[in-house]
Design a protein around this ligand. Structure first.
Ligand SMILES: *[C@@H]1O[C@H](CO)[C@@H](O)[C@H](O)[C@H]1NC(C)=O
Length: 220
């Protein structure tokens, strides 16, 4: 019993002192605003601040209308991140809108720098994420519902209804980054060697090349 208090005190102190990667988002800001100079050649962690700032640096109309879902996956992500809203630089948050045709899929992907929280505007979606312990957490969500995809974990959303669906996503990063599993493995440039993919996926070169040809960036 006597040893319990010091132990707990040390644990609390350690928690207070140590950086906590599991709760960390983007780094804290050091001034009121640092509107991104997206054209600057200066490379820093984030973007350098521009001198002439207006209210339009904090404004974006791009989430108002549904995006065009006429593509292979039947879904489209419209970002409202620092690349579209330069005023977000150093603020550690961003949003996006995702539209889905009936049956449309936002294929399995991760955001290395952010947790994502979706709010369903319309429609019904089957959503899920997979932990590093390989457990799938999945749920059917519809208009008004919220669902969370923890930072870095592979996740997906599929429109399981018969009408278009749409969500608004919130992120605790100004630029969450997206790594989509299929395109990462099969449409990287230069290509991931077939020997890596055949061994990893336990299939032949023919199957790997078939997927590569389907996912290859469209040549125009
Ligand atoms: C949507 O995208 C498709 C394919 O790129 C295109 O043919 C179509 O005109 C677009 N529709 C609208 C409303 O922009």
């Amino acid at each position: 019993m006597a040893g319990l208090l010091p132990c707990a005190t040390v644990a609390v102190l350690l928690l207070a002192i140590l950086p906590s990667p599991s709760t960390a988002g983007d780094p804290d800001l050091l001034q009121d605003i640092c509107v991104a100079d997206l054209t600057s050649a200066v490379k820093v962690n984030g973007f350098s601040c521009k001198a002439a700032v207006t209210e339009d640096d904090f404004y974006f109309k791009g989430l108002a209308a549904a995006g065009n879902t006429s593509n292979t996956y039947g879904s489209v992500v419209t970002g409202a991140n620092v690349e579209k809203v330069p005023g977000l630089n150093t603020l550690g948050v961003s949003m996006s809108r995702i539209d889905y045709a009936p049956g449309g899929l936002n294929p399995p992907h991760t955001h290395p720098r952010a947790t994502e929280m979706v709010f369903v505007l319309q429609g019904t979606l089957d959503v899920g994420f997979i932990t590093t312990g390989n457990k799938l957490y999945t749920k059917t969500i519809s208009a008004g519902d919220v669902f969370v995809f923890p930072r870095g974990l592979v996740h997906f959303q599929r429109n399981s209804g018969e009408s278009p669906a749409a969500v608004i996503s919130a992120f605790n990063s100004q630029l969450p980054g997206t790594q989509s599993l299929a395109t990462t493995l099969f449409a990287a440039s230069p290509e991931v060697p077939n020997a890596v993919l055949t061994k990893a996926l336990q299939v032949g070169t023919k199957e790997v090349e078939k997927i590569k040809s389907r996912l290859a960036p469209k040549k125009s």
